[in-house]
Write a protein that binds this ligand. Structure first.
Ligand code: CDP
Ligand code: MG
Length: 762
C-alpha cells in the first residue's frame, strides 16, 4: 500500500525541489500546462533510449519495440483532429454511422438503453440528434451527468458544435449555477439538479426527453432518479428516457425498465497492450512519475494519462514531473522533447480543466494527471499511454463516525479495464498497471459497489420523504441500500428535528427540503431564523458550500498562515469564515485603489471562492424570500451565531480530553483540532466544541470548529445530553442514544407493518 505523504515529505527536504515547485506554481497561476523542454526529432527520440533503465518496477523494456511499431499509426490519427472542422469531426464519430437506426428505435420505444465505448459520441451527439429530429419543439432535451465538470465541459463543446453561445440553445445547470435561458433546448445538468427539479415538478413536464448519461457510474442521485423516472415513464406517454452506459451493466438497466431495448454503438477501438508491475509498488506516485518520464524520452508520439486518487497526489506528481524535466534539460546533453503537464481534478477551476482538451503544439507531448474523472466523464483524444496506479477515492459511510468520508480504495477490475481503454481511442496504445496481475485477478472487485449502498442517505431520505414516498424501504431501488443505512439516516434527520417520531416530515423538515444544502447546513440556516441571525448564518453556510477560501501555496506556508491568522475569531472557525467575508465586502465599499484580486492575493484568499460564496449566498436569499423568512441580523453578537452553529452540529460535539485532544461526546471517538483551526494553539482550549466534519488523514482531524457552551448542547440536543453538572458521563449518553434509537426504529417498524396491513386489506 502507498504511504500517503511519503513523497511530499521527501520533497520538502530537498532544496533543489523547491525551485522547481515554485516554478511550477508560478506557471500554475497563469498558464498551467506550460510546456517544458524543447522540440526534438524522431531520430532524437530513438537516441534517447539510452536513458531507459530507471523505470521502477514496471517491466516494459522488451515491449519497447511494440510501441515503436505503433508510432506511425498514431501520428496519422492524431493529425486528424487538427485538420478537421467540428462538423467533420462529428461525422467521424462511431455514433454517426448508426444515427438513423438509433433515432428509429427511440421513436418506437419509450425507454432505450444505449451502450457504447467512451468517446463514441453518446454525450455530445445524442442530444443534438434528438434536437435535429424535432424533439425539442415540444420540450427540453435534458442530459444528466454524475459530475459537475462533465456537465459544464460537455455543454461548452456542444454549444461550439452547434455554433451557439453557451447558455442560449445549449446550456447547463449545476448546483448554485444555472446557465440556461428561456430559449434553451438542450440542457446538461448534474443528476442532483434534476432530482431537485422533481420536487417542484414530479412529472418533469418541461422535458420531452431525458438522457441519463454515465448511468454505469451509479451515483446515489442517479439511482434515486431511476426509481422516480420509472414512474414518470409510466405516467407520461409522450416522455422518452434514454439510459447510456459505457460498460456491460446494460442488461440490468434494461430489466429495471421492463426489458427496454439495448442499442449497441459499434466500437472503433484499438488494441491496448497491458503491462503489469512485477511486484506491488511502495509509492505509486514516485513510480508513476518515473514511468511517465521514461515513456517521454523513449517512446514515440502520443499523450500520457496518469490516474491518481486526488488533488494532493496529483499536485505532487506534477511538481515531480516538472522537476525531473528540468533536471533532464539542464543535465542531459541530449535534446528532450517538450512535455506539457496538465493536472485534472474536480476542484480545479474550469478554465484550467479546459486546457486538457486543447491541442498541444507541434512536437509537444501532453501528460495529463487526473483522478478517475478521466475514466469515463472526460474524453481526451490522442492518449496512447495510460499509467494506472490502481487506486481511486470513494465516498464511504462510516457508521462509527456517522459520516461519509472520502477514502482511497483499490479500484475495481471494471474500472481498471475502463482506464486501460483510454489508451486505445486514437490508435493502439499501452497501459502500464502499477499493480500485479495477481492483484488484478484475485484482489480487485469485479465491479464497484454502487454509491447508494455505501453512503449516508440523509439527503436522499429527506428528498424522498418530501416526494411523499411514505415507506422508503419499499422504494423502487435498482439495488436497495442496506436497511441500516436508511434507518440511521432517518435517525439523523429525526435528531435534527426534520422527522417526527413516526418518520414523517416536520415543519422544519419541509422547509429544509427547499434548500439545496446538506440537512445540517439547512438546519443552521433555519435556526438563524429562530435566533435572529439569518444574515450571519447565511454567510457561514455559503462559505461552507464553496471550496476553501484560504490559499496556502506550498512554498509560502508561513506567510499565508500569518495572513490567515489575522482573520481569526479565537473561539470559532465558523466566525472566522464570517469575518473573512465581512472584511472582503467592506474593502470593496471602501473603493480604494486596490481591486478585488489584489486584495485577495495580499491576504492569501481565493478570490474565486469568495465570489462563488457571494453567488451561493444570493441564491439562498432568493429561497429565504420565497419562504418569507426575513433576513434578520444579530449585529455582531457572536454568541448568538455560535448558538445557531451549535444547533446544527450538536451531533458533532466533542469534549476536551487532553492538549488539543477531544473525544466525541456521543461515541467517545477521539478527534483532534486541525493545525489550521483558529482554536489551535490558543491560550486556552474550550471544554466543549462542535465541528463541521472530520477529515481522516494521519489522525481524525476536526475541520471547522466552534467553541460552545455545554448548556446549549443540553438545550438543543436533549435527546443526547442531560444536565448533570460536572459529569455528563459518556456511557450515559450512549445508553440514551441507543434507547432513543431503538424507540424510533420500533415505531418505524410498527408503522411499516400497519401500512402493509392496510395495503393488504385494500
Ligand atoms: O459520451 P461518449 O464518451 O460516448 O463521447 P463524447 O463525450 O460525446 O465524445 C465525443 C467526442 O467529442 C470525443 O472525440 C471527444 O474528444 C470530443 N469532446 C471534446 O472535444 N470536448 C468535450 N468537452 C467533450 C467531448
Ligand atoms: Mg459520455
Amino acid at each position: 500500500a502507498r504511504k500517503g505523504s511519503l513523497l511530499v515529505g521527501e520533497i520538502r527536504e530537498k532544496q533543489s525541489m523547491n525551485k522547481s515547485r515554485q516554478r511550477f506554481w508560478e506557471l500554475a497561476g497563469s498558464k498551467l500546462g506550460h510546456i517544458l523542454g524543447v522540440e526534438k526529432t524522431a531520430q532524437q527520440v530513438d537516441a534517447d533510449t539510452a536513458l531507459v533503465g530507471d523505470q521502477g518496477d514496471v517491466d516494459f523494456k522488451e515491449k519497447l519495440k511494440f510501441s515503436q511499431h505503433l508510432k506511425e499509426k498514431a501520428e496519422a490519427v492524431s493529425d486528424f483532429a487538427k485538420s478537421k472542422s467540428l462538423s467533420q469531426q462529428r461525422q467521424y464519430l462511431p455514433i454517426f454511422s448508426v444515427r438513423d437506426d438509433l433515432l428509429g428505435l427511440v421513436r418506437e420505444n419509450q425507454v432505450v438503453v444505449v451502450v457504447g465505448e467512451t468517446g463514441s459520441g453518446k454525450t455530445t451527439q445524442l442530444t443534438q440528434y434528438l434536437h435535429e429530429d424535432g424533439y425539442t419543439r415540444t420540450g427540453l432535451v435534458g442530459c444528466t451527468q454524475p459530475r459537475r465538470v462533465a456537465a459544464m465541459s460537455v455543454a461548452r463543446r456542444v454549444s461550439d458544435e452547434m455554433e451557439t453561445v453557451l447558455g442560449e440553445e445549449v446550456g447547463y445547470a449545476i448546483r448554485f449555477e444555472d446557465v440556461t435561458c428561456r430559449n434553451t433546448k438542450i440542457k446538461y445538468m448534474t443528476d442532483g439538479v434534476l432530482l431537485r427539479e422533481t420536487l417542484k415538478d414530479a412529472d418533469l413536464d418541461k422535458y420531452r426527453v431525458i438522457i441519463m448519461d454515465e448511468a454505469h457510474e451509479r451515483s446515489v442521485n442517479t439511482d434515486v432518479l431511476f426509481g422516480i423516472l420509472k414512474k414518470v415513464v409510466a405516467r407520461r406517454r409522450d416522455f422518452k428516457l434514454i439510459v447510456t452506459s459505457a460498460t456491460l451493466n446494460a442488461d440490468k438497466f434494461s430489466k429495471f425498465f421492463g426489458s427496454a431495448p439495448i442499442f449497441h454503438i459499434p466500437g472503433r477501438t484499438f488494441p491496448v497492450n497491458i503491462l503489469y508491475s512485477k511486484t506491488p509498488c511502495e509509492d505509486y506516485v514516485e513510480v508513476a512519475v518515473k514511468q511517465a518520464i521514461t515513456i517521454h524520452i523513449t517512446s514515440g508520439p502520443g499523450d500520457i494519462l496518469i490516474f491518481m486518487t486526488g488533488q494532493e497526489e496529483i499536485e505532487t506528481a506534477c511538481y515531480a514531473l516538472a522537476e525531473r524535466m528540468e533536471q533532464l534539460i539542464s543535465s542531459s546533453t541530449k535534446v528532450v522533447g517538450k512535455l506539457s503537464i496538465l493536472p485534472v481534478y474536480s476542484q480545479l477551476p474550469a478554465d484550467l480543466q479546459a486546457k486538457i482538451f486543447q491541442k498541444a503544439g507541434e512536437g509537444t507531448r501532453k501528460c495529463i494527471v487526473a483522478t478517475n474523472i478521466a475514466e469515463t466523464s472526460l474524453t481526451v483524444d490522442g492518449i496512447l499511454y495510460v499509467i494506472d496506479t490502481g487506486y481511486g477515492k470513494m465516498k464511504v459511510y462510516n457508521p462509527r463516525m456517522g459520516m461519509d468520508a472520502l477514502q482511497v480504495f483499490p479500484c475495481s477490475r471494471a474500472a481498471a479495464d475502463q482506464r486501460a481503454g483510454r489508451a486505445g481511442r486514437t490508435g493502439p496504445g499501452t497501459c502500464y498497471r502499477l499493480f500485479t496481475e495477481s492483484a488484478y485477478q484475485n484482489e480487485m472487485l469485479p465491479n464497484p459497489v454502487p454509491e447508494i449502498q455505501r453512503t449516508n442517505l440523509a439527503n436522499v431520505v429527506l428528498l424522498l420523504k418530501s416526494l411523499e414516498v411514505k415507506n422508503l424501504l419499499d422504494f423502487d431501488f435498482m439495488d436497495p441500500p442496506p436497511k441500516e443505512n436508511i434507518l440511521s439516516s432517518m435517525y439523523q434527520l429525526w435528531m435534527l428535528g426534520a422527522l417526527n417520531n413516526v418518520g414523517g416530515l416536520t415543519n422544519l423538515g419541509w422547509k429544509m427540503v427547499e434548500f439545496p444544502l446538506d440537512p445540517t447546513l439547512a438546519k443552521m440556516l433555519l435556526m438563524g431564523k429562530e435566533l435572529g441571525c439569518v444574515d450571519e448564518v447565511l454567510t457561514i453556510v455559503s462559505m461552507l458550500s464553496v471550496p476553501s477560501v484560504f490559499f496556502r501555496p506550498k512554498d509560502r506556508e508561513e506567510e499565508s498562515d500569518a495572513a490567515r491568522e489575522k482573520f481569526f475569531v479565537p473561539e470559532s472557525d465558523h466566525l472566522t469564515l464570517l469575518n473573512v467575508y465581512l472584511q472582503w465586502e467592506e474593502q470593496k465599499f471602501k473603493g480604494e485603489l486596490c481591486n478585488d484580486r489584489d486584495w485577495c492575493n495580499a491576504h492569501f484568499l481565493h478570490v474565486k471562492s469568495l465570489q462563488k460564496a457571494r453567488e451561493v449566498r444570493s441564491q439562498l436569499v432568493d429561497i429565504l424570500n420565497t419562504l418569507k423568512i426575513p433576513q434578520t441580523s444579530c449585529h455582531r453578537e457572536w454568541d448568538v451565531v455560535r448558538k445557531a452553529v451549535c444547533s446544527a452540529y450538536f451531533k458533532n460535539s466533542a469534549r476536551l480530553k487532553g492538549v488539543g485532544e477531544y473525544v466525541n461526546c456521543r461515541n467517545g471517538v477521539p478527534c483532534h483540532l486541525h493545525p489550521s483551526s483558529a482554536l489551535y494553539g490558543l491560550g486556552y482550549t474550550p471544554d466543549y466544541i462542535v465541528y463541521h466534519e472530520l477529515v481522516l488523514t494521519t489522525k481524525d482531524y476536526m475541520q471547522c470548529v466552534s467553541a460552545v457552551d455545554p448548556h446549549w448542547l443540553v438545550e438543543l440536543g436533549p435527546m443526547f445530553f442531560s444536565v448533570r453538572e460536572g459529569d455528563t458521563s459518556f456511557l450515559d449518553c450512549r445508553r440514551w442514544h441507543n434507547e432513543e434509537k431503538t424507540d424510533m426504529e420500533e415505531e418505524m417498524e410498527k408503522l411499516k407493518q400497519e401500512q402493509t396491513e392496510v395495503a393488504g386489506r385494500e
